[in-house]
Every structure is written in structure tokens, then in C-alpha cells.
Ligand binder design. Structure first.
Ligand code: HEM
Length: 514
């Protein structure tokens, strides 16, 4: 049998060192994939030979992100790229007491996800889990594992992940996008900017997701929201909840033992969101009791309640999860999309032309029309490549695997940073915004592994809000590009990490009437 450890030529190719990497082309990566497939677990290099920074007692390798260390957690993407240069395609770290392996090769990422099985394991978000336990509530989809996760996931995804179901929300999301444009026009100043535009985007994102998760119009999209009104309270609570979730996740963990000020504020915001979700869930139950809902009406919350598969608390938390998961994600992604279009006028005009061709005058937006907007969809995909909202995908392995020639035993935490999408090996001219690289059949199409770019994760546990987010973004961008020429005059935008990658600059676009 071919023994990797005795095979000098193979081992040299796998020296995990950036300078010594022997391939810089996609063809080279494919060749390595073939070689990897030949190795079985017993013959792979031992786990403890995987390179990485020195681990010290208590801190592991997280000292690298402390003030005296070489990296900042807020600049996580730079840290990951630097580690790739230092260690190559695979390295080990111990972060927040959890030993983890980082992998970059798309083939390794494919190995990881394809070994997932029907109940993939992703570690829980600790503060979110704890706050729900303290409220004596279920811990929610993102934190559950095994059969319990499968049960909730199957019920929820029936109504929000199937393309046929999601298209039923087009009308509601379309009206909300129109309301958002009217709000922007009302608030816009002479220079074309919309004051506190990030907050206005938050209103759009919350209104859009609540139309699905709570089966209601909250009434957020107004220029003059009373600070004590429910939508205002909800926007503030969501912002606090998400920011502190990030802060607590990467803290020392003291909040688990004593109520730190951040924990107290986080729990209070969580309670507010839960209380409001409860109000709408009870309203939906009332509708069913009064016979005001029939199955097949394509309403998420009502359909879930009518199915009677899940408990009241499970349904409450499922709606709560969509609200908390569905605001920061789409709102920051919309900003990144506006930025790439605003800084690439030629591409923005191509989107405008496509929209005028597919949707002349006031044509209604149909699922077919959305599907046929190839260029707009390529722009969204390319924006995710340049600005990955989620910096890493993670799994705990369910079986023994071999990655980059090393043994990865079952039960290992594996992190797949979204940085292959920034490397010339996989995407030529990686720093340029080239939507054409996603257009199959075109001259500039990049034929690279789908595992080099996974903004929504992969497989049975991929983002459950993916189709909601994609449709919502597409509708908002259609309205924005049709109404305005979008401009940006504030230097280069980058990413800032807190739990997601968010824009490192305020969203100060100029919106000029078309
Ligand atoms: C730009 C938008 C978004 C991006 C890039 C994104 C990305 C992701 C990623 C990478 C995961 C982990 C997937 C995996 O482990 O394979 C995830 C999970 C999840 N996302 Fe999203 N997301 C987005 C929008 C949304 C929205 C709009 C919602 C809710 C309406 C949502 C709710 C969730 C939930 C509940 C999970 C956990 C799923 C589970 O564990 O089964 N996301 N998302």
C-alpha cells in the first residue's frame, strides 16, 4: 500500500508552507485532489504534526488576538490570510479552549461537508444558548444537534427554503422594498445622502423578515418612528442583542458565572425580542382558532402552527431565530452590494440595462423574472466573494477524515475560513469586482470548485434563511438601481469583524435620481 509517510515526493508537496507550495493554478489544485484521494486514514500523517502557532496553557493560541499579539480579532480576514501564508493549506489552533483545525483547500472543504451525514454538527453560539436556557425556552435551531435539530429544521425549512414556497413571499417583500424607496426619497438631503442610512436599512430588513417570520407588517418603514414605538424598540433591541452576542462569544466567558453589564444588557434585549415575538405568535394562534387561516395560504408562522408538529415554545423560538438571524445579515450585505455597484459604474449600468430589459415600465416582478436576472445575481455572488459576511464555516467531524494528507479524527472541530475566494489560485484578479466570472458560457467565467466559495455554508445545515435573504436582496437592489444612480465618495470600504463581517465605514451613499 502507498505509505504517505514514506513517500518523500508527496510529503514535499504537502509541506504546509506558503513559500513551498508547488501549485498556483487550478490545474495544480486538481492534481493534488487526485493524490489526496489515494490516502487512507491509517497512512496519513498524524494529527499532531499539523503546523500552527504555539499553544500555551489556559490561553491556547488565542493570545495572538490579545492587545500585545500580532492580530486583531476585528481584522480576522487579514489574520486568516496571514496564517495561510505562514502555514499553508492547513493549520491547528486552540481558540477559546477549543482545539480546531483550519482548512483552505476547496477539496478539503468538500471532504468535510460531504462527510456531514443527515445531522451535521456545528458548535452552539454560547450566549444565545445560555440566554434561552435562562428563559426556560428551547435553545433554537442554530444551537440544536442531532435528532432534535433535524425535527425542527425539517418543519421550518418546508416553508422558507423551498424555491416554490419562497416565491409566495415576493409580493410582500416587493411592497416593503417600494416603501423603503419612498422612505429614502423622503429623507434624502440635497447631496443625495440619506441620514443614518444604516438605521433605515435596518428598518427594511426587520420589516421584510417579520413579514415572513411573524406574518405581520410591523410598520417600521417610517421617517418619524416614535422612539418608544414597538418597531423602534425592536430595532434597538436587535442591534444591542446582535452586537453583544458577538462581544460575549469572543469574551473570557465570565458572563456564564456572573451577570456582567454586557450580559445583563444582552439578556434584557433578548427578553424584549422574545416578548414581541410572543405577541405575534399568539395573534396567529388566535387567527387559526377563529378559522381565519386555511392550510396552503403560504404563511410561515401560520403554516407552522397549523401543522401541529412542533410545540408552542419551539415555534416561538423558531420565529425569534429568524428575526435575530435575518436582520444584521441582509442589512450589511445590502450595504456591501451598494458599495460594489457604486464603485463600479459600468457594472451598475449593466444591471440597470438588464432590469429595463426584463422589467420594462411597471411590469410585475415574477419568480421567472427574478430567475432570469443573471447579471444582477452574478453581482450579488461576486459581492459575497469580496465581502464574505460569514468569515468561516465550521463543523465538528462525524467520522475520521484525511485532509491535506493529515489524519483528522472524528469529533475534531474544523474551521473553513472563507478566504480561498480571495486567492489568485482559485479566482484570477481576486481583488477586482468581476461579476462576469460567474456567468457560465462567458469568456470570463472562472471554472473553479464550488467549495472555494460558500457564503451560505453547505448541505443539510446550510443557512435556512438563504432563499429569504437572496430574494429580499434581489428585490431591494432592483428597486434601488431602477430608481437611483448610486454613488460613493468616501474612500475604500473594508470589513470589520464582530461576529459577522460588517462594513468598516458608515453607509454614506449618494442616491441620484435616474
Ligand atoms: C446575507 C445573508 C446571510 C448569510 C450570508 C448567511 C449565512 C449563514 C451561514 C454561513 C450559516 C451556517 C451554515 C452552515 O453551517 O452550513 C447560516 C446559518 C443560519 N442562518 Fe443564515 N445567512 C444569511 C441570512 C439569514 C437570514 C435572512 C436568516 C433568517 C431569516 C438566517 C438564519 C439562519 C439560521 C437560523 C441558521 C442556522 C441554521 C441551522 O443551524 O440549521 N440567515 N447562515
Amino acid at each position: 500500500m502507498h505509505n504517505l509517510r514514506n513517500c518523500a515526493c508527496f510529503c514535499n508537496r504537502f509541506k504546509s508552507n506558503y513559500q513551498k507550495r508547488t501549485f498556483t493554478t487550478i490545474a495544480g489544485a486538481v492534481k493534488i485532489k487526485e493524490d489526496i484521494k489515494k490516502i487512507d486514514f491509517a497512512n496519513a500523517k498524524p494529527f499532531n504534526e499539523i503546523p500552527g502557532p504555539r499553544s500555551i496553557p489556559v490561553l491556547g493560541t488565542s493570545y495572538e488576538y490579545l492587545p500585545f499579539g500580532p492580530y486583531s480579532l476585528h481584522a480576522l480576514q487579514d489574520a486568516l490570510l496571514d496564517k495561510y501564508r505562514k502555514y499553508g493549506n492547513i493549520w491547528r489552533e486552540t481558540f477559546a479552549s477549543i482545539p480546531a483545525v483550519n482548512i483552505i483547500l476547496p477539496d478539503d472543504i468538500e471532504t468535510l461537508f460531504k462527510s456531514d451525514g443527515s445531522t451535521p454538527i456545528r458548535l452552539a453560539i454560547e450566549p444565545l444558548k445560555l440566554v434561552r436556557e435562562r428563559f426556560q425556552m428551547p435553545i433554537g435551531l442554530a444551537n440544536l444537534q442531532g435528532k432534535e435539530w433535524r425535527k425542527i429544521r425539517s418543519s421550518m425549512q418546508k416553508f422558507i427554503l423551498r424555491p416554490a414556497e419562497i416565491s409566495n413571499f415576493i409580493e410582500a417583500q416587493d411592497i416593503i422594498a417600494d416603501d423603503f424607496i419612498s422612505l429614502m426619497k423622503e429623507l434624502r438631503t440635497e447631496d443625495g445622502e440619506v441620514p443614518d442610512f444604516q438605521r433605515q436599512i435596518y428598518k427594511w430588513a426587520l420589516e421584510s423578515v417579520a413579514a415572513i417570520a411573524l406574518d405581520t407588517r410591523l410598520g417600521c418603514i417610517s421617517a418619524h418612528l416614535d422612539p418608544s414605538s414597538e418597531p423602534s424598540v425592536m430595532i434597538d433591541a436587535t442591534r444591542i442583542f446582535m452586537n453583544l452576542m458577538g462581544k460575549l462569544t469572543f469574551s473570557s466567558g465570565l458572563y456564564k458565572y456572573i451577570s456582567t453589564p454586557s450580559w445583563t444588557q444582552f439578556a434584557r434585549a433578548g427578553e424584549t425580542l422574545l416578548r414581541i415575538t410572543q405577541k405575534y405568535t399568539e395573534a396567529a394562534i388566535q387567527k387559526i382558532k377563529e378559522g381565519r387561516f386555511e392550510e396552503g395560504q403560504s404563511k410561515y408562522l401560520l403554516s407552522l402552527l397549523a401543522m401541529k408538529d412542533l410545540s408552542y415554545k419551539d415555534i416561538l423560538i423558531s420565529s425569534n431565530e429568524l428575526i435575530t438571524g435575518g436582520i444584521d445579515t441582509t442589512s450589511h450585505t445590502l450595504v456591501f452590494n451598494l458599495y460594489t455597484l457604486a464603485t463600479n459604474h459600468e457594472k451598475q449600468e449593466k444591471v440597470y440595462e438588464e432590469l429595463n430589459r426584463i422589467l420594462p415600465d411597471k411590469s410585475p416582478i415574477t419568480p421567472e423574472a427574478l430567475k432570469s436576472m443573471r447579471y444582477l445575481k452574478a453581482c450579488i455572488k461576486e459581492t459575497f466573494r469580496l465581502f464574505p459576511l460569514v468569515p468561516t464555516n465550521t463543523r465538528v467531524t462525524a467520522k475520521d477524515l484525511v485532509m491535506s494528507g493529515y489524519q483528522i479524527p472524528s469529533g475534531t472541530m474544523v474551521v473553513a475560513p472563507n478566504i480561498a475566494s480571495r486567492l489568485p489560485e482559485y479566482f484570477p484578479s481576486p481583488d477586482e469586482f468581476i461579476p462576469e466570472r460567474w456567468l457560465r458560457g462567458g469568456d470570463m467565467h472562472t471554472d473553479t470548485s464550488g467549495f472555494a466559495h460558500l457564503p451560505f455554508g453547505f448541505g443539510a445545515r446550510m443557512c435556512i434563511g438563504r432563499r429569504v435573504a437572496e430574494q429580499e436582496l434581489q428585490l431591494a437592489l432592483i428597486k434601488l438601481v431602477k430608481n437611483f444612480r448610486i454613488e460613493w465618495h468616501h474612500g475604500k470600504m473594508g470589513v470589520y469583524f464582530y461576529m459577522l463581517h460588517v462594513p468598516d465605514k458608515p453607509a454614506r451613499f449618494a442616491f441620484i435620481d435616474r
